[in-house]
Write a protein that binds this ligand. Sequence first.
Ligand SMILES: [Fe+2]
Length: 151
Amino acid sequence: MSYRYLPDNLVLSIEVIDNDHDRLFGLLDMLNMSIADRDVNGLHFILNDVADYVRFHFSREEAGLTACGYAALDGHLDEHERLREQVRGLMDDLERNPATFDEARLNEIQAFFREWLDHHIAVVDMAYRDAMLASPEALEEMQKFSFAGDA
Ligand SMILES: [Fe+2]
């Protein structure tokens, strides 16, 4: 299956997760547009949306990983926590020192998200693929989540 934003090589063939990842790449696209427009206000809004959806997606994925008894769960949780912290730090900084968000910094942020997502999905998420696909409980657990922003 092909997705609108998610690159084909990052498709896990776990629909609920792939849909989330596609949505994250879609948000990244919007982030890149506000960066290209040097729109720091827009960046603030979109970064907020990215942070909300990342939190939601991580909760869903973590519930699935727990349900399938994934052996490397702790390492995966650590990676998620690190990103949550980085996004929090970035948002705090944007709040306090918006003037430091110059062209170079915005380009760095763009590259950071893209590299993080690419690496995380290709390596860290790909590692749980088989365990999760083999677990109907995990898939069922993850279906129970719905994003508050969609209500
Ligand atoms: Fe993950």
